[in-house]
Design a protein around this ligand. Structure first.
Ligand code: AMP
Ligand code: FE
Ligand code: FE
Ligand code: ZN
Length: 279
């Protein structure tokens, strides 16, 4: 069984449609894939149809953007009720805040680049959760950057001159919302320090106390020492250990199935989640 529990589609900042993410996962030899777009469940139905057709399993998920104590945290939620009003309402607010933030970033960028809001909209798929990758694509079209990676490295990096913060839940709030919606909360790339500051051991311990279910240990943004640290924390606090690609289509180098999750860990997630695996 090959299981990849973290991917993005055009419902957020991936470049592949939800159905194509699932088809590509099947073609890559995966047995189960999770679709985890940023702050949305918009791709779930399309992904589920494609999973039934392709004969692979789909875990319906969301990567919830959080911010607390100066640190951006991404919390994966698996198999939650998409109609839970508190979680759905909070995600809708986050998407609204992202839209306002993208407009504000565009205004800042427009001082230095010939960028307009129309350019950004032209690179944002209908209904997608907007993010810096869409601004990056618009900058690439203007020839201000070579690709997304270059745009992030030189222009859109966290804490850079065009950064704008926005209102999202704290990790503690998000864990509580996910649990109340029947979801299984797993910290995404919790040691990816290249993106900015990361949670300290005590902060992960506090989240474990609050019901965090697992840590995404095996991810390309973690080196061997970071994985060892996370494995130690998972052991100490009884957390599940996952591995995933964080696939974004053509938007990043990450390839489907480059890191995978053990079948018994998936079984535990499915057992805890309110929704079944689609297959
Ligand atoms: P945002 O959520 O709008 O703050 O944008 C962050 C997103 O940008 C993350 O989900 C990453 O997938 C993506 N990202 C971060 N760094 C890079 C990079 N160097 N190249 C491509 N995408 C990136
Ligand atoms: Fe992303
Ligand atoms: Fe992430
Ligand atoms: Zn992700």
């Amino acid at each position: 069984m090959r299981i990849d529990l973290h991917t993005h589609s055009t419902a957020s900042d991936g470049t592949t449609s939800p159905a194509d993410v699932v088809r590509e996962a099947a073609a890559a030899g995966l047995d189960v894939v999770a679709l985890t777009d940023h702050d949305t469940t918009a791709g779930w139905d399309e992904g589920a149809g494609a999973a039934r057709e392709a004969g692979i399993g789909l875990v319906r998920g969301t990567e919830v953007t959080c911010w607390g104590e100066g640190t951006t945290v991404h919390l994966l939620s698996y198999l939650h009720d998409p109609a839970d009003p508190d979680l759905a309402g909070r995600l809708a607010r986050s998407r609204g805040a992202r839209l306002a933030r993208a407009r504000a970033m565009t205004d800042l960028l427009a001082r230095d680049f010939a960028l307009t809001w129309a350019d950004v909209l032209a690179h944002t798929p209908e209904g997608a959760t907007v993010g810096r990758p869409h601004l990056a694509d618009a900058l690439v079209t203007l020839a201000a950057a070579r690709d997304r990676d270059d745009a992030f490295a030189r222009i859109l990096y966290s804490g850079g001159p065009y950064s704008v913060s926005y209102d999202v839940p704290t990790p503690e709030e998000a864990v509580a919302l996910v649990l109340a919606a029947g979801g299984v909360p797993v910290l995404a790339h919790p040691a990816a320090g290249r993106r900015g500051s990361v949670l300290a051991d005590e902060q992960i311990a506090a989240l474990a106390q609050a019901g965090l279910a697992g840590l995404e240990v095996h991810h390309r943004d973690h080196d061997a020492a970071e994985r060892a640290r996370l494995l130690g924390l998972a052991h100490d606090f009884g957390l599940l250990v996952t591995g995933s690609s964080d696939y974004h289509g053509a938007g990043k180098l990450n390839r489907l199935g480059e890191h995978t999750t053990a079948p018994e860990v998936l079984a535990s997630i499915v057992e805890r989640g309110r929704l079944p695996l689609v297959r």
